[in-house]
Design a protein. Structure first.
Length: 273
């Protein structure tokens, strides 16, 4: 009888001890420290960055086949202030957010417009640039000067971009029937516009100038800006430490003049205050 009681006490003690260990172990696996991607990035010494690479002057491959542009420069400066280096991966814009969610990289910096719809899937830093979007047409086109003129026309737009969503959800219901043709890169859409295969596209002037200068496309912007977009660095949800650290880096860049220098480098003007 005594032996049986001793055995029961021992089993109970072991069970309680096991629960305590389990609780402690659970905290170390699923707690804040283990889930802190900022610390993981600092430990690795590298922050993995997804970007489009075909959208100058924002992001493109230079003559040395290196990722270059305003967005990569912002990413490199953020990385520097985090004490790490930036490692870039390029792919079509439509696949950047799925790849981010699949943990192929840590952040995306590729003119990802901050929208409520995207906030349901991913998180953003504070905005690092605001772009005015205008209607772009062939220089010979005199029929399109405003959104209402899209009716019955073929309009090109980047696949998976905020501009595509804008055309489908806001412009199409308001204006009436027109065809939307999607593209994986800006250059191809402008080639089609130059050749008359589409009637118009929408984009911002910063993105168009270097492409037009290099290729001699006969295109022009018309009318007033149809909208303004704010872009932020995209990251996975529940990653407050990394987001806050990047926000601090961006704020410090603006405070010490680094941001103005990068903006002037790529757009030949100072940013609007």
């Amino acid at each position: 009888m005594i032996k049986r009681k001793f055995a029961m006490v021992t089993i109970t003690a072991l069970a309680v001890f096991g629960l305590v260990l389990s609780a402690c172990g659970g905290k170390s696996v699923s707690g804040t420290t283990a889930a802190n991607e900022l610390e993981q990035i600092k430990k690795a010494g590298v922050i993995k960055v997804g970007t489009m690479g075909t959208y100058p002057p924002y992001t493109f491959l230079n003559d040395k086949k290196e990722v270059d542009g305003f967005d990569p420069d912002i990413a490199k400066e953020i990385a520097k202030r985090l004490g790490v280096t930036a490692e870039f991966t390029t792919q079509d814009f439509s696949g950047l957010i799925p790849s981010l969610q699949a943990k192929k990289f840590d952040i995306v910096i590729s003119q990802v417009t901050i929208t409520d719809e995207r906030k349901k899937q991913i998180d953003f830093t504070d905005s690092y640039i605001t772009n005015n979007v205008k209607i772009i047409v062939n220089t010979k086109n005199i029929d399109i000067t405003k959104l209402e003129d899209f009716k019955g026309k073929t309009i090109g737009v980047g696949l998976g971009t905020n501009d595509e969503t804008y055309l489908r959800t806001e412009v199409l219901p308001k204006v009436g029937d027109f065809k939307i043709k999607t593209y994986d890169d800006v250059i191809t859409s402008l080639k089609d516009l130059d050749a008359g295969r589409i009637d118009a596209t929408i984009n911002n002037l910063y993105a168009l100038k270097p492409i037009v200068d290099e290729n001699g496309f006969q295109i022009k912007a018309v009318g007033e800006p149809i909208k303004s977009d704010m872009a932020g660095v995209a990251l996975r949800k529940d990653n407050a430490e990394l987001r806050d650290a990047m926000n601090k880096a961006l704020a410090d860049m603006k405070a010490d003049g680094t941001y103005d220098t990068l903006f002037q480098k790529w757009f030949n003007e100072t940013p609007a205050k």
